[in-house]
Write a protein that binds this ligand. Structure first.
Ligand SMILES: CC(C)(COP(=O)(O)OP(=O)(O)OC[C@H]1O[C@@H](n2cnc3c(N)ncnc32)[C@H](O)[C@@H]1O)[C@@H](O)C(=O)NCCC(=O)NCCS
Ligand SMILES: Nc1ncnc2c1ncn2[C@@H]1O[C@H](COP(=O)(O)OP(=O)(O)OP(=O)(O)O)[C@@H](O)[C@H]1O
Length: 200
């Protein structure tokens, strides 16, 4: 089974792209929601997060205080590294478990992760796709979707590798600028991956 990684900066549209692959019947593992899920379920991880970032990292009902954590980690590189070091190994384990239940006749799977290149998990994929969009389009999308300020979006962008560097590591590019057809690009890649999967 071919493993395809897919990433893109904040607001690039990687989740939107993955939804199209899902319609084509391709199983997709979403690392970001998986991280969020583990952060409220894994007792060891919860204890580690509280110890590092304070009891207020969680509300009394056990839900994650995203604002509190975002305020700390997206304004301080060292704090972000600490959070990543706590969360990412647990997400890798989640991916391994997910893969085990995929039927063996599946041609390929997709792993969607905002930090595919930054975390090194791209090395575990056979092929990696980068979704790109112009910076002003990405910023406008996230402001609209999340209701946060331009400064907050830019602070998150600054914590991710620039697209120029990601392009060097990616095998394929999807341009989601709302001018080039997204569906045609996905169908083109899907066809290529199916052909590769046969030879794999
Ligand atoms: C800090 C948290 C609580 C903020 O939550 P919030 O709901 O405000 O943002 P959300 O998770 O939707 O992230 C929005 C976008 O920010 C970017 N982002 C998220 N985590 C990170 C990170 N560790 N480094 C850089 N960018 C990140 C991504 O583009 C993401 O899609 C949350 O992002 C988090 O738990 N991050 C750590 C887990 C992680 O690394 N997730 C991403 C890869 S598995
Ligand atoms: N081609 C498009 N046309 C119109 N809207 C789009 C397009 N692509 C994405 N969007 C919208 O832009 C927003 C961001 O897209 P999406 O959530 O897929 O990005 P993402 O890369 O997964 O972002 P993040 O890393 O922030 O989670 C969403 O609200 C989505 O509906």
């Amino acid at each position: 089974m071919l493993k395809v990684g897919i990433t893109g900066g904040i607001g690039s549209g990687k989740t939107t792209v993955c939804k199209i692959f899902e319609v084509l019947g391709i199983p997709v593992f979403y690392a970001d929601p998986e991280a969020k899920n583990i952060m409220i379920k894994d007792e060891v991880l919860i204890a580690g997060i509280k110890e590092t970032f304070g009891e207020e990292s969680y509300f009394s009902d056990g839900t994650l205080n995203n604002k509190h954590l975002a305020g700390i980690v997206f304004n301080n590189e060292a704090e972000l590294k600490k959070l990543n070091a706590l969360v990412h190994p647990a997400v890798f384990r989640g991916f391994d478990n997910w893969e085990k239940q995929i039927p063996s006749n599946t041609s390929y799977t997709l792993k969607e992760a905002a930090l595919l290149f930054e975390s090194g998990s791209y090395k575990m994929c056979d092929i990696n796709i980068l979704v790109t969009a112009p910076p002003e389009v990405k910023i406008a999308r996230v402001i609209q979707r999340d209701g946060i300020s331009e400064e907050q979006v830019k602070a998150r962008m600054d914590k991710q590798l620039p697209d120029e560097e990601k392009m060097r590591l990616a095998d394929y590019l999807i341009i989601n600028d709302e001018k080039n057809s997204l569906i045609e690009q996905v169908l083109g890649l899907h066809k290529q991956f199916l052909e590769k999967a046969v030879r794999y």
